[in-house]
Write a protein that binds this ligand. Structure first.
Ligand code: ATP
Length: 317
């Protein structure tokens, strides 16, 4: 069997801090596993603090994992130093704030061209490579943009520059962390369409991080729903949206406004603090209207449903 482009296996991240009197640990990510292939889009959805960005930061080696493994094309990030060195040409990240991502003192040409010089990726004329990248992200006429400064561009244009800069390194995986959340809705849709288009043309694997199930549905082939550091539900995007199983996924779906959806289920979540993902019980039990004793006392394993649909809930154990 061929190796997946990206294989994430039982990833865990614990942040530790020490104050004068006690040591505190936050289980930010626990037992996260998935695969990602070229040409595929995986969306990671969850509320603030669910661990989405921590997963992304581990995948790009910005922070080390506490345990578990990240394997690119069969090479482990944990053990392979060569892979860590060449990682920027394998995986790149787009952040939500294009305003902060671009140095205001440099021209667009410099911003896009500099990583190509650093990683020695230009054969031939740097300027024509930058113009080609500007064309790829729809900033034309390219000659008009190359000598501009970030302040002369709109938010959507800035995000396109960020994408061009990332694209220059010819990564195989792009992780987009809320790439449209700071943009107007229509501009955000343009950016999502651009990413989908580039995914097809460049045969990229895309991982999209979002709070919004609507954007996840629009973009993704598969969706992973995270809560308190764990994947609660995972499956083909349309199946997960049409046939959600986990109470938390239902909560996310029924709390997002959708004038076209018939409200078939009334879902009243219990108000409570989000639990840490240390795993002694179901982390959603204190907010779940269906929780029983077992949810408060026993850890939950992932249950396999049909069509690759998985759910982490005692209701299905
Ligand atoms: N450097 C850190 N030190 C300690 N705790 C951290 C650190 N970074 C993240 N955390 C904690 O880890 C948990 C997950 O955070 P993370 O930023 O991954 O969530 P998120 O789902 O990406 O949230 P958001 O959507 O708001 O970006 C949170 O409880 C957060 O407070």
């Amino acid at each position: 069997m061929s190796k997946p482009l990206l294989h994430v296996n039982e990833l865990e991240k614990v942040f530790s801090s020490r104050s004068m009197f006690r040591k505190k640990q936050v289980h930010a990510v626990q037992d996260v596993s998935f695969t990602l292939e070229a040409g595929e889009v995986l969306a990671i959805v969850g509320e603030s603090g669910s661990g989405k960005s921590t997963v992304a930061r581990m995948l790009t080696n910005l922070i080390p994992a506490t345990s578990g493994d990240i394997v690119y094309n069969g090479e482990s990030l944990r053990t392979n130093r060569q892979l860590r060195k060449k990682l920027p040409t394998f995986v790149q990240m787009i952040f939500q704030d294009p305003f902060a991502a671009l140095n205001p003192h440099h021209t667009i040409g410099y911003i896009i061209g500099r990583p190509l010089q650093v990683h020695r990726l230009t054969q031939g004329d740097l300027r024509s490579r930058v113009l080609e990248l500007l064309r790829k992200v729809g900033l034309s006429p390219e000659e008009d943009f190359i000598d501009k400064y970030p302040y002369q561009l709109s938010g959507g244009q800035k995000q396109r520059v960020v994408i061009a800069k990332v694209l220059g390194l010819a990564p195989k995986v792009i992780i987009a962390d809320e790439p449209t959340s700071m943009l107007d809705v229509s501009i955000g849709i343009d950016i999502m369409n651009l990413l989908l288009d580039l995914k097809e043309k460049e045969n990229l694997a895309l991982m999209m991080i979002t709070h919004n199930l609507g954007s996840a549905r629009y973009m993704a082939d598969r969706i992973a729903v995270m809560y308190a550091g764990r994947v609660m539900e995972y499956g083909p995007a349309e199946e997960l949206i049409q046939n959600p199983q986990h109470p938390y996924t239902k909560l996310l779906l029924y709390s997002s406004p959708d004038p076209w959806r018939e409200q078939t289920e009334v879902f009243e979540v219990v108000e409570a603090q989000v639990q840490d993902a240390s795993g002694a019980c179901c982390s959603f039990h204190n907010r779940c209207p269906f929780a029983t004793d077992i949810c408060r006392t026993k850890p939950v394993a992932i249950a396999q449903l049909e069509n690759g649909h998985q759910v982490r809930c005692h209701l299905y154990a």
